[in-house]
Design a binder for this molecule. Structure first.
Ligand SMILES: [Zn+2]
Length: 200
């Protein structure tokens, strides 16, 4: 075992930071050092914010969103259309759609995608709760899965699972991104954009 470069408290901080997405051991070390150098303005407020969040955050029992209340503020908002459900893989996708202000219905967070490799089976995703919600007066389900193999496999699985309910199921279009140049697109995106072309 290599000798510790710093005290055990600092090594533990680095070790925990390195578990965050996008942070490897090297960047975790830099982040830890930045925190330690700004103990009063950064390290202590961050520690307090994390403790408060850990105590207050709940998973919404209706949609799977993260909030301080359950049902969450989106589920409890009467101005949102409860007849349209947008299914996303993760809370991060819900946040992205909310930032874009494109959707005024309700959400359903699956909590992942089907993946044999990672042992993600339908039972581990919020599928049965989705079917139950749809049976309870939903007109349209929008499948907003990622354009990955797992995302699309999951979308197909959900279409089959929802077929018995008779609900109208739609999915997001795949194609040329806004501001995108054709020359830079991969063949899969170009092929999808061609197939999904429409009259203007
Ligand atoms: Zn909710």
């Amino acid at each position: 075992m290599p000798a510790l470069q710093a005290g055990p408290e600092i090594e533990r901080l680095i070790q925990l930071l390195s578990k965050l997405p996008g942070l490897g051991p090297r960047s975790a070390r830099r982040a830890a050092l930045a925190l330690l150098k700004k103990r009063e303005v950064l390290l202590e407020p961050l520690g307090n914010a994390m403790r408060d969040a850990a105590a207050a955050i709940k998973t919404c029992e209706v949609c799977g969103n993260l909030d301080t209340t359950s049902p969450c503020s989106l589920c409890g908002d009467p101005r949102r259309d409860a007849h349209v459900l947008c299914v996303v893989e993760d809370v991060a996708d819900l946040w992205a759609l909310e930032r874009a202000s494109v959707f005024k219905g309700k959400y359903h967070v699956l909590g992942g995608v089907l993946s044999a490799l990672d042992g993600m089976t339908p039972e581990k995703l919020n599928v049965s709760t989705l079917v139950a919600r749809v049976k309870n007066g939903v007109d349209e389900v929008i499948l907003a899965m990622n354009a990955t193999v797992e995302g699309q496999t999951t979308a197909h699985y959900l279409m089959d699972a929802l077929e018995q309910t008779g609900v109208n199921v739609t999915r997001l279009a795949h194609g040329v991104p806004v501001g995108g140049e054709l020359d830079y697109l991969d063949e899969g995106t170009l092929s999808h954009a061609f197939k999904a072309r429409r009259a203007i």
